[in-house]
Design a protein around this ligand. Structure first.
Ligand SMILES: *Cc1c(COP(=O)(O)O)cnc(C)c1O
Length: 438
């Protein structure tokens, strides 16, 4: 078992109330208010350790945390202390990592429309790698490098013709994707870079084949494509590429229906595929980059809500409304993502009841959990939704002008704020009233 196979943080404990990280969640709700994001440090460091143990057998592995899953300064600090680098996709993420005192040398800049401002900031501050995604970007990167008299190491982002989400696996010669180069364009990319842009050094290939992947074989097939392409490039152009980045996408367990493989199973498939090729081509083992996001941070996060109003539709659904919803967790309304929840406060002798947990935002689609059996809820109860560490805060909005929640880090019975709750002043901070309206 590795931590991505758990729904709940490793420190979850039921006394009278529910505890995470040694903290009584009713107390956290009282102290910090709700909705509240809670991150359990032991779970986060535990999954980092799962990855490190699983990839120990291949010492050329570099782990890059895909920071788009959850990018805050404190989270960056923890990942840095665990020896992870960072996969970033915007100047905001790069700025967060830099501001946490982390060297950009171990940061990769990735994305399908990096602006000149973003590339300028990244290159000026010494970004370690850029994943080149399209033709237009090549000139931009080269110009910025010239401006600072630097050379830059790049990977070429390719679409390997493999896409994998959960158990769904698509393999085609070409993939209709907005990311990266089609394999048929690679020769032109290499010719363009090597003939005209001496300040760009191609170090390897990069791909990312999906998210919430449960099928280790997808990574095997991806590595096949990447390695074959690398050896083809070497034969045709005489360029040795010694880095492959296989992206992220490793699955987590949101509900009992999810059956992600362990990190060990995935690592074994990846390492075996690499070693097979190294043997076959008698090649030097390439540096392997992996970029897990969701599987690093998801399980360590829970969200606390306070139960408010209820509505029983006669002979139909009973809606229980909480004080958050689609603005702090847009995943259920965006792509029918499923979560489970547990009543935090002591609730002995309450009968079970099937309810639908509705959000407080003004959209009928703002339903957090459909049809879940819970002890009969009462107004003022605290509800804990599990596995909300990834793609919740990072996708949060101020829809309905609701302040974004706070986030606390818990460990050994202590809690620390890592993101302050937004205030009403924050809500209007960027508003401006033209003089003629005053
Ligand atoms: C989103 C993304 C990741 C992380 O994906 P997860 O599903 O969160 O692990 C890694 N690499 C790239 C290029 C991505 O776009």
């Amino acid at each position: 078992m590795t931590i991505n196979q758990n729904i709940k943080p490793v420190t979850v404990e039921r006394k009278e109330n529910l505890f995470v990280g040694g903290c009584d969640l009713t107390q956290l709700a009282k102290q910090y208010g709700t909705p509240l994001y809670v991150i359990d440090e032991d779970t986060l460091r535990g999954i980092c350790n799962d990855y490190k143990q699983a990839f120990k057998k291949y010492p050329y592995t570099k782990m890059m945390y895909a920071s788009k899953a959850l990018c805050t300064s404190a989270v960056a600090k923890i990942l840095d202390s665990e020896g992870f680098g960072f996969d970033t996709v915007s100047i905001g993420e790069i700025y967060t990592v830099l501001n946490a005192g982390i060297s950009l040398e171990k940061v990769l800049f990735n994305g399908n429309n990096k602006t000149e401002r973003e590339l300028d900031f990244a290159i000026k501050n010494g970004i370690g790698r850029i994943s080149v995604d399209n033709f237009a970007e090549i000139d931009l990167i080269s110009n910025v490098c010239a401006k600072y008299n630097k050379t830059i190491d790049v990977l070429l982002r390719i679409t390997p013709g493999i896409e994998c989400h959960t158990h769904e696996y698509i393999q085609t010669g070409q993939l209709d994707s907005k990311f990266g180069f089609d394999l048929s364009q690679i020769d032109d990319v290499i010719t363009k870079i090597t003939s005209a842009h001496q300040n760009i050094k191609i170090r390897g290939l990069h791909a990312h084949i999906g998210s919430q992947i449960f099928e280790p074989k997808c990574f095997h097939d991806e590595i096949d494509v990447l390695i074959q392409e690398i050896s083809r490039i070497e034969r045709k152009f005489g360029i040795k590429l010694d880095e492959i980045n296989i992206g992220g996408g490793i699955g987590v367990k949101y509900t009992e229906n999810d059956t992600p493989p362990s990190i060990d199973e995935i690592a074994n498939v990846i390492i075996e595929s690499l070693e097979k090729h190294v043997e076959k081509y008698n090649a030097k083992p390439p540096t392997l980059y992996i970029e897990p996001g969701r599987s690093i941070i998801s399980t360590s996060g829970v969200t606390l809500y306070t139960v408010g109003s209820m509505k029983q539709v006669p002979n139909m659904t009973k809606y229980v409304t909480i004080d958050g919803g689609m603005a702090d967790n847009p995943r259920p309304s965006m792509y029918q993502a499923e979560y489970i929840a547990e009543l935090v406060n002591e609730h002995s002798n309450r009968p079970l009841e099937k309810v639908t947990i509705a959000g407080r935002f003004c959209e009928s689609g703002d339903i957090l959990i459909n049809n879940i059996e819970l002890p009969k809820l009462e107004s003022g109860d605290i509800l804990c939704v599990y596995n909300t560490g990834s793609y919740n805060y990072s996708m949060a909005s101020n829809y309905n002008r609701v302040e974004k929640p706070a986030m606390v880090l818990v460990k050994d019975g202590k809690s620390d704020i890592i993101v302050y709750r937004e205030t009403l002043e924050d809500i209007i901070a960027h508003d401006s009233i033209p003089d003629r309206l005053k």
